[in-house]
Design a protein around this ligand. Sequence first.
Ligand SMILES: Cc1cc2nc3c(=O)[nH]c(=O)nc-3n(C[C@H](O)[C@H](O)[C@H](O)COP(=O)(O)OP(=O)(O)OC[C@H]3O[C@@H](n4cnc5c(N)ncnc54)[C@H](O)[C@@H]3O)c2cc1C
Length: 253
Amino acid sequence: MTRAAWHVATVAEVRDETPTARRLTLEVPTWPGNEAGAHLDLRLTAPDGYQATRSYSIASSGDGTRVVLAVAEVPEGEVSPFLVHDLRAGDQLEVHGPLGAYFVWRPGGAAAGAEASPLRPVQLIGAGSGVVPLVAMAAAHDEGADATPFRLLYSVRTPADVFFADELRAFAEAPAPTRLGLDLVYTRDAPAGAARPPGRLTPDLVAELAWPVEQRPRIFICGPTPFVEAVAGWLVAAGHAPEAIRTERFGGA
Ligand SMILES: Cc1cc2nc3c(=O)[nH]c(=O)nc-3n(C[C@H](O)[C@H](O)[C@H](O)COP(=O)(O)OP(=O)(O)OC[C@H]3O[C@@H](n4cnc5c(N)ncnc54)[C@H](O)[C@@H]3O)c2cc1C
């Protein structure tokens, strides 16, 4: 496993991800690479020396020195409004990582620490910016032309709030068996012709859209803490093995 360390990062590119989120591409010359699903700690230092550090998932993976993040603005937050509105290409900041050997997916079908088992499907479940590490997994699956059956269930407010929309669409249109099964559940506004009216995920909807218990899927859930805890609880109640479920909590109440 790669040892985590502090690195100086230069912002290579910033672009709008959604109306309230920004995609940040960092150039980190000393970055050792990272697995799909890993995160890092990002540290900002003010001119007076005050420092603030927050965790961000990495949307990219592999050996390169480009590290892609996507940050949603938490109104009244200390760090995220700065990253979303004020950070510019050429700015420098510090990152510590890669972190999180537990919440990673490795091409070849084996979750970290688990036996290789290529035929066990993978179910990704995310809400809002919680899709970021799941995008890294779906991209690694796509790039590696991995045959593990992959599905993503993504709970998002409106069509405009979908992170990495073009990338996800492309993964969902890839040839079988690499194709990503993509289910978008809109909580506030659904597009015309959507499969269902807007509404939050429910235990029944998760049971309908996720791989069934009999297929023994590996499950990765990421998003705000209450979302992750609710969905993980429904899955266990439905009969999924707790050890098959890996979670990443972004915080928030
Ligand atoms: C492992 C990990 C990975 C993460 N990855 C991402 C990512 O890829 N993209 C991303 O946008 N965020 C991510 N986060 C959340 C991120 O670390 C910050 O918590 C978030 O950016 C808010 O920071 P802030 O300084 O703006 O808010 P703060 O000043 O820390 O908090 C302001 C208020 O907002 C609440 N709050 C804090 N975080 C959240 C949240 N996530 N949702 C709702 N309310 C919150 C706090 O309880 C507080 O009341 C991740 C968190 C973890 C632990």
